[in-house]
Design a protein around this ligand. Sequence first.
Ligand code: ZN
Length: 88
Amino acid sequence: MCFINKLIKGVLLRGREPLVTCDSCGRKIPRNKAVVYEKVIAISTDDARTPGAVKFFEKKKVYYCVSCAKHRGIFEKKKEAAIKAKRF
Ligand SMILES: [Zn+2]
């Protein structure tokens, strides 16, 4: 086993996870407790229905605290995505 890896896992990071900010309420939560969700952001130069409009999609990693995730239905969305990924 790698000594440095053991050192990092065992000594340096013990009991201290880096804090992330909840995207909804702004609460500071440890990263292992946060719910990670990939939000899709669509940017368009024009109205999306007009032909010739340049569309751009981007995935942004968003952190939520558990109560916000439950309120926003993130767990249901994640479950649906997992079922979809299993099917195909
Ligand atoms: Zn929150």
